[in-house]
Design a protein around this ligand. Structure first.
Ligand SMILES: [Ca+2]
Ligand SMILES: [Ca+2]
Length: 202
């Protein structure tokens, strides 16, 4: 609507993204062009994000999880994802350093954004994760982690916390780095999906 950002990435955003991610100027510019093609307004709404997410999980109910992921990506909380938030999010969740991934995971689990994680927040995210696991896969889970409640309980016990305690970001990151089981339990298990795809191949 007559604004000046007609398809070129602003210099500030470009410099900022180069500084904070591993992507090159060429990659970012090409990426921005395709982002604008998909999303001419330059912003992804929550609804659009949910429908993109839904395409990856046609047999599950990823809506609740998608909403949490969206919230954690929308760092300025304006209800949309702009290109910068989108790129930073992809960088953190796919190619970033392990600590960056865990910083993101912390913001995902800190549902109310108050800087600490409570046991009920763990349960809320784990419940959303469970909605994406197919019933057959749930049957394969160990007995002490085959419901959201049990899984949240197990995570919380690993951190050595009482019911009303809170987890700080540092505790969350250090605990998760020190214990592979926590890392496995706090995330949706794409590994399993990958194994399944492998199994299907001749
Ligand atoms: Ca935003
Ligand atoms: Ca919180």
């Amino acid at each position: 609507m007559g604004n000046s950002k007609s398809g070129a990435l602003s210099k500030e955003i470009l410099e900022d993204l180069q500084l904070n991610t591993k992507f090159t100027e060429e990659e970012l510019c090409a990426w921005y062009q395709s982002f604008l093609k998909e999303c001419p307004s330059g912003r992804i709404s929550r609804k659009e994000f949910e429908s993109i997410y839904g395409k990856f999980f046609p047999d599950a109910d990823p809506k609740a999880y998608a909403q949490h992921v969206f919230r954690s990506f929308d760092t300025n909380s304006d209800g949309t994802l702009d290109f910068k938030e989108y790129v930073v999010a992809l960088h953190m969740t796919t190619g970033g350093k392990p600590t960056q991934k865990l910083e993101w995971a912390f913001s995902l689990y800190d549902v109310d954004g108050n800087g600490t994680i409570s046991k009920s927040e763990v349960l809320e995210i784990v419940t959303a994760i469970f909605k994406m696991i197919s019933p057959e896969d749930v049957k394969l889970l160990p007995d002490d982690e085959n419901t959201p409640e049990k899984r949240a309980e197990k995570i919380w016990a690993y951190f050595g916390k009482k019911d009303d305690d809170k987890l700080t970001e540092q505790e969350f990151i250090e605990g998760t780095m020190a214990n592979k089981d926590i890392l496995r339990l706090i995330q949706y298990e794409p590994q399993k999906v990958k194994e399944k795809i492998k199994e299907k191949k001749p």
